[in-house]
Design a binder for this molecule. Sequence first.
Ligand code: NDP
Ligand code: 8X3
Length: 255
Amino acid sequence: MRKIALVTGATSGIGYATALTLSQNGYDIIACGRRAERLDQLAKAIDESADILPLVFDVSDREAVFKSIEGLPDRWRPIDVLVNNAGNAHGLSPIQDGSVDDWEQMIDINVKGLLYVSKAVIPQMVNRRSGHIINIGSIAGKEVYPNGNVYCASKHAVDAINKGMKQDLNPCGVKVTAINPGLVETEFSEVRFKGDKDRAKTVYQGYQALQATDIAETILFVVTRPAHVNLLDITIFPTAQGSATMVEKNLKSGN
Ligand code: NDP
Ligand code: 8X3
């Protein structure tokens, strides 16, 4: 029988690739994001064996989140896998120069948005004593790097929420996993640099960055482990990355 995955941020990057990969591996997809036309594109690309339900809402809009998820048709309500992926960095500035609007966006989307969606989805998982929540964290949730301040704080919050979710949902048979990527080539840097595509490109030049499909394949691995196996926390770097701030450009590797 097919399962149901709800993927936030399915219009781009990691979320888009995850929706596609899961659709090819037995999942019907509730695909969420603010850009409806991107969800239409995803619906056309999705595996033909899969059903897709596009759901347009802003994860930071508390009312919209609960209305959208509580209003799901019965057929879509038993969500097996929740991928809390929606999020971005907004700006890269020293704390003394940071924009309060940027800070609010990162806290509202990356932290509060993840909590709203989780709060709306968790009750049916607890009732069914089944389900798996995947939280997309970051190396920015494990380390703090210069100018990353509030983005790093938002991802440290995801790290803490992931651990807390595991502890609290432990008696309920619900699995919880954080995936913490290093540098993944998506629209992430374009958003961080407010549409400056040239600056965004430089982030991924001179080495092989992770691709969104690398993360999607890891998520597939995580959700297909046997019932007794819960991967709690996975950090994934490009081979050329050594820490949040170390990237070996022009790496020669025999691997
Ligand atoms: P993208 O910019 O390509 O994708 C971000 C996704 O988040 C889009 O689908 C976007 O959809 C969605 N999103 C953003 N804000 C909102 C919102 N307010 N409401 C609903 N959806 C929203 O970046 P990535 O795929 O790289 O990012 C996905 C996740 O991975 C993020 O949590 C990011 O922090 C994390 N990450 C990324 C890394 C990287 O190097 N790329 C590394 C580590 C973690 P839309 O705009 O249509 O609403
Ligand atoms: C995205 C990776 O290093 O730009 O979370 O913070 S990084």
